[in-house]
Design a binder for this molecule. Structure first.
Ligand code: CA
Ligand code: CA
Length: 252
């Protein structure tokens, strides 16, 4: 028996709807190829997302390395800073030391040995005793003159140096004319710049006239720490210490 095809038995199945229960399919239309295209679309999205994740991970790793590198660089810079700071401190200390040595050298060179510096002048306070005339000559031999006191500042300086109850000749005399006091440079004593102690000068001749030559030379004699009035007239042949004065090589 021959197997003839009977076309009346052919059944045409029309697919009118897409199975909505399939979660993997994209619904792009009603054509018969829509599910395949939707699947391809989802695959592309996954690939793009995966690529973005890879790139993000790479960026995070790069940032981590950059952070580590920056921290290391910062530590190195901090160490360099510390070393430079230590070196700078050492240099500043050396400069301070040199400045102090230079100042001391300048100060020491301002006056001859054993002379005291003050306000551009040098002063010698002798330890030996001579008459006023010999003291005047000794100061000249030493390169100066008996002290001439021109200001309160100078008087304060001298009083600050000498000890209580120790007398020193100063460069003041009235030998030429009684009562006319002259400094050794022949300038007159100004009354407002004199520091006679109380009741001096008195040109005292002694209780029984034992000082006929009278008192014609001045000396400084500190009575107390604060009292600037410390000058006396005395007989010139009396042996006392002396204060010599000369200009300093440093005029400041
Ligand atoms: Ca006198
Ligand atoms: Ca006197």
């Amino acid at each position: 028996m021959s197997e003839d095809v009977v076309y009346s038995e052919v059944v045409f199945v029309k697919r009118n709807k897409v199975d909505k229960d399939d979660p993997d399919e994209c619904h792009l239309g009603d054509s018969s190829r829509a599910p395949q295209k939707a699947k391809q679309c989802c695959d592309w999205v996954r690939m793009v997302l995966l690529l973005l994740c890879i790139l993000l991970t790479g960026a995070l790793v790069a940032l981590s390395f950059q952070c580590v590198y920056t921290e290391k660089k910062l530590e190195d810079l901090q160490q360099v800073h510390n070393v430079l700071n230590e070196n700078l401190t050492a240099v500043l200390q050396d400069m301070l030391h040199c400045t102090q040595k230079l100042s001391k050298a300048l100060y020491d060179s301002a006056c001859p040995k054993n002379w005291e510096y003050h306000a551009g002048k040098c002063y010698l306070f002798s330890t030996n005793k001579l008459s006023w005339t010999d003291s005047r000559d000794a100061c000249i031999s030493d390169g100066g003159h008996l002290v001439i006191i021109n200001s309160r500042d100078e008087q304060e300086f001298l009083i600050g140096i000498i000890k209580i109850e120790v007398s020193f000749w100063i460069g003041l005399t009235d030998e030429k004319l009684e009562g006319q006091w002259l400094w050794v440079d022949n300038t007159n004593l100004c009354k407002d710049k004199s520091y006679w102690t109380r009741k001096e000068p008195d040109n005292w001749k002694g209780h029984g006239g034992e000082y006929p030559s009278r008192e014609d030379c001045a000396h400084i004699h500190k009575n107390s720490i604060q009292d600037l009035k410390s000058w006396f007239d005395a007989v010139c042949n009396k042996a006392l210490r002396r204060i010599c004065e000369t200009r300093s090589s440093r005029q400041t």
